[in-house]
Design a protein around this ligand. Structure first.
Ligand SMILES: [Fe+2]
Length: 502
């Protein structure tokens, strides 16, 4: 109740408080009668009402405070911001940390040490000098700093801070992967993209509340809406806040990370490489947008579905041929099976799906269609979606038989589960493919994926943490995985009728 009263006093003009308080009393020195005994609820409410401005009192002039422009709000300063921890190689022994400052800071420093339960750990910290990259955006000039850490101890909590020797971040902490495989989980986000500060923030924060020990966060593209808009990147980093500095991030670019040059050509946003540090083991020209790493018994393959699909197909085949990890998860932006109405990525499906089939990739995590959709183990076998439509028309020229669209031929052997998801507020109509047992519209989601030896548990949860989709995949020798659908908490969320996309 004390806090309640203090809050009220904070929003009330001081003179109003003085004018309305009982004679001889004040906020800081209440009379003895009220402090000697606990006030009743009614007394407290009466007192609270008494300090509210009345119509007869002068009101502050409206419209005095102008909206602070995002370009100003997200200006860099000498104080480090946009701190992000990423994985670059073996998560047991390495990590990278990147951050931003104004261009005044020419030398970035990182101090780190094994964390301790007491406060004196900083005395034994090591100092490293960052690699600094100038970044001239549409609205400002910044310096991006990165330090790669190697030779870390497995299963160990490290503390670190970043700065310039005078201005420092707080001490942040992260844990390296354990030496020997153990159960772990990670969080996957579809497109964040829009209203990042106001409406996406709750999703990443709820996900963190749900799985605070997650091994990493995985973003399947379209982190922002306008590739080169620095304030949007500012919103993305603000939404994640300290979480980004404590759980490693991994991301692939979506079509909204593609920027247009003056000559009309397209390139990955100039923000990508200076602000993130990802593995450098992809094909030349696709550095940090196409890469692979292992985490315990998982091989994660991140692909850039914006460009050079054929080059990546050859690279993917080599990575999978050499793979000896028990689980394989691929992630990229454009879906193999679109859930967005009228959308299709035929070339991608033709080039990549046969490789996923050949090597029995377990799970494919995608975005782009601003809806939710998840396949079972059986998906249409036709590589060309248009061919599926034509076959459908031949069988059912008037649309009277109500045949499921494009599923006359099911591929019984692929065994890959495909997921499309969305975490931000932009929403599309769902084409509701009949081979997807779980779909959603108008729902912000995050996914927690847990791997425990031969069992993978997948949970899609809504922005408020409710279980929307859940299944387990179990390893089954050399055959396709066993898929077990699990009970969920929320009935299907679909628009009652087709509406125009928002
Ligand atoms: Fe998108």
């Amino acid at each position: 109740m004390v806090a309640f009263l203090l809050t009220l006093s904070a929003i009330s003009p001081p003179n109003a408080w003085a004018a309305q308080s009982p004679a001889g009393t004040s906020q800081s020195a209440p009379d003895k009668a009220t402090t000697d005994r606990a006030p009743t609820d009614k007394a407290v409410l009466d007192q609270a009402r008494a300090v509210q401005p009345t119509e007869s009192q002068p009101q502050p002039p409206a419209g005095k405070v102008e909206r602070l422009a995002d370009e100003v709000r997200y200006q860099p300063s000498v104080i480090p911001d946009r701190i992000v921890l990423t994985l670059i190689d073996d998560a047991r022994s390495s990590a990278a940390i990147s951050w931003r400052t104004s261009a005044k800071v020419n030398r970035g420093l990182l101090e780190f040490t094994v964390a301790d339960d007491g406060p004196y750990f900083s005395e034994r910290s090591q100092q490293l000098i960052a690699t600094t990259t100038p970044l001239t955006t549409t609205v400002n000039e910044a310096h991006c700093h990165t330090v790669k850490l190697s030779q870390l101890q497995p299963g160990t909590v490290y503390s670190y801070r970043v700065g310039d020797g005078e201005n420092w971040s707080e001490w942040l902490q992260f844990r390296t992967a354990a030496e020997k495989p153990e159960p772990f989980s990670f969080i996957y986000f579809g497109d964040a993209q829009n209203n990042l500060r106001s409406l996406w923030s709750r999703v990443i924060r709820e996900a963190y509340r749900d799985a605070p020990k997650a091994a990493f966060l995985l973003h399947a593209g379209d982190l922002i809406n306008n590739a080169e808009a620095d304030p949007e990147w500012g919103e993305w980093f603000e939404a994640g806040g300290f979480i980004n500095g404590m759980i490693p991030n991994l991301a692939v670019p979506g079509n909204h990370e593609l920027a247009k040059a003056a000559d009309g050509s397209r390139h990955t946003t100039i923000h990508w490489r200076p602000q993130f540090e990802f593995p450098l083991n992809g094909p030349p020209g696709l550095e940090e947008t196409c890469y692979t790493l292992t985490y315990h018994n998982l091989r994660l393959i991140a692909l850039n579905s914006n460009e050079q699909l054929d080059v990546q197909a050859k690279w993917l085949e080599i990575v999978l041929a050499l793979n000896d990890s028990e689980w394989v998860i691929c992630t990229f932006h454009h879906p193999v099976f679109s859930t967005g109405q009228g959308r299709d990525n035929e070339q991608l499906r033709r080039l990549w799906k046969p490789i996923f089939d050949k090597y029995r990739v377990d799970l494919v995590l995608q975005g782009h269609d601003h809806t939710y959709g998840r396949t079972g183990l059986h998906v249409p076998s036709v590589a060309d979606w248009k061919q599926a439509i034509e076959e459908q028309r031949k069988l059912d020229p008037k649309g009277e038989l109500n045949l499921p669209f494009g599923v006359q031929k099911l591929d019984e052997n692929s065994g890959t589960v495909y997921v499309v998801s969305v975490s931000g507020p932009k929403m599309y109509n769902n084409s509701r493919p009949p081979f997807m047992p779980r779909v959603a519209e108008d729902t912000q989601l995050y996914q927690v994926i847990q791997i425990d030896g031969p069992v993978l548990r997948f949970e899609a949860r809504t922005a408020t943490g409710k279980l929307y989709d859940a299944f387990e995949l179990k390893k089954n020798g050399n055959g396709p995985n066993q898929l077990v659908d699990l009970p969920v908490e929320v009935p299907p969320r679909l628009r009652p009728e087709k509406k125009t996309d928002k």
